[in-house]
Design a protein around this ligand. Structure first.
Ligand SMILES: [Fe+2]
Ligand SMILES: [Fe+2]
Length: 453
């Protein structure tokens, strides 16, 4: 069993024990059985590792240095333990060899308490095989701004590769397939390292090079959504490439049409719709008929198909798009809505774009995928700007996994409407400060993405 699976099993067994302790008294059979199960599991792990260390770092949980992914399977237990550790201000929880069932039950009975009671009882009762390290808010928050450099480099390298790929296909030059795969692997690494750091970069919307940024952003958003629904690395690579290539057919369409600022005529609209079909041809030319090529072709062809059977190119209503096409459909629409374009110069605020997706679930979009996507981005996605009850304006730089309506923000405009390099605030632990409404930061002549690059 992998260290990752051990961590996942351990957290779900512990979750079961906490739940039992919350409902029954400690001598009850249900509690004793859950404790026995958890104890024997942890004991077998302690034979392999001398210590078991659960660390909460940012929004993640690490089990002996291995990050445990939030997936549908096991989500509740991991989320619960994460939230509990955060509320108790615990950075790491360490179990060592020699622990017995009673120590576990006693600890669990105080672990369920509120912070003050927990702290008091933890110091009163002696725990010989359970140690705790507490975190300080400062060290948590300062980390957010650091170590993003590698992710930025990955993003810009990926942007360059996307550009080269599209340029070469458009001009009939050979395409470097290996480098496009390498880029996806790097993006997946970045995703596992810091999902929100990577997501922040998708707020970059370059007006002149719209198609490149859009293609890459759709690739990244699709990877993030794919990871959340539990796709493995092999499938993520295919999904990432499919996302980047979804609009590749546009390289054949005249630029004047793509960047046209007036309403398209019926004839022009028909030409533009052909990009789904051209996409297949372009991918076939570059990637051939291997699995990666085939999946990307299907996604390029189906990415404007809707959940209810409508959409283009024309198809039978009962012909359903594949999972990857449904993922790209959502990410494509979200990125397009939040990006200024010549014919829609003022984009949707991110939270409103999410509302549109939500409204069109069941018709345009797969309802379950929309739900996961909305949970992933939170009520105010990264890059949103929020007017606060004290008159300041904050930029959302991170989500709180457990509190999607109270993100982590950086103050960028003060009460006197001056641009500042302000402090970082976690709205979920900051009492009294309320969100008044989301606004356009562009109103102050600021591009939100400038804070992330
Ligand atoms: Fe498209
Ligand atoms: Fe697109």
């Amino acid at each position: 069993m992998s260290i990752y699976e051990s961590g996942k099993n351990m957290t779900s067994l512990y979750y079961a024990l906490i739940k039992a302790v919350q409902v029954y008294d400690l001598n009850n059979d249900v509690v004793q059985r859950a404790a026995k199960k958890f104890f024997s599991y942890i004991n077998s792990l302690l034979n392999i590792y001398s210590r078991i260390i659960l660390v909460r770092y940012r929004d993640y949980i690490f089990f002996n240095k291995q990050r445990l992914r939030f997936e549908i399977d096991g989500y509740a237990s991991l989320q619960f333990i994460h939230d509990k550790l955060k509320k108790l201000n615990i950075k790491s929880l360490i179990f060592s060899s020699g622990i017995d069932k009673n120590e576990i039950v006693t600890f669990t009975s105080i672990f369920k308490e509120e912070k003050e009671t927990f702290l008091k009882q933890f110091s009163e009762k002696k725990f010989n095989h359970i140690n705790i390290e507490f975190s300080t808010t400062e060290e948590e928050l300062s980390d957010y701004l650091h170590d993003g450099e590698r992710i930025k480099r990955t993003y810009f390298r990926a942007l360059k590769t996307t550009k080269d790929l599209m340029h070469n296909l458009g001009t009939g030059q050979p395409v470097d397939i290996r480098s496009s795969k390498r880029v996806i692997y790097n993006l997946i690494d970045a995703l596992f390292q810091d999902e929100f750091g990577l997501l922040a970069l998708t707020t970059l919307k370059n007006f002149d090079e719209y198609t490149y940024n859009h293609s890459l952003n759709v690739g990244i958003l699709s990877l993030t959504l794919g990871q959340r629904i539990g796709l493995d690395k092999k499938n993520l690579v295919k999904l990432g490439i499919s996302g980047i290539l979804h609009d590749i057919g546009k390289v054949i369409i005249p630029k004047a049409l793509i960047y046209k600022s007036q309403r398209l005529t019926d004839e022009e609209w028909e030409t533009l719709k052909q990009h789904s079909y051209y996409g297949v041809k372009q991918i076939l030319k570059a990637y051939g008929l291997d699995e990666l090529g085939l999946i990307s072709m299907i996604v390029a062809y189906e990415h404007h198909w809707n959940y209810d059977g409508s959409g283009y190119p024309a198809h039978r209503q009962n012909q359903k798009p594949i999972l990857f096409s449904k993922i790209v459909r959502i990410c494509d629409s979200y990125d397009a809505m939040t990006t200024p374009r010549t014919y829609v110069p003022i984009p949707y605020l991110p939270h409103l774009a999410l509302k549109v997706l939500w409204k069109r679930r069941n018709t345009f979009f797969d309802p379950i995928l929309v739900k996961v996507f909305t949970q992933l981005l939170g009520q105010y996605p990264i890059g949103s700007c929020l007017e606060l009850s004290n008159g300041e304006i904050g930029l959302v730089i991170r989500q709180n996994q457990s509190n999607s309506d109270l993100p982590i923000i950086k103050i960028v405009i003060n009460k006197d409407e001056e641009k500042i390099d302000g402090i970082i605030i976690d709205l979920s632990v900051q009492n009294g400060l309320k969100i008044v409404r989301p606004i356009y930061l562009q109103k102050y002549g600021i591009n939100p993405a400038s804070y992330f690059v």
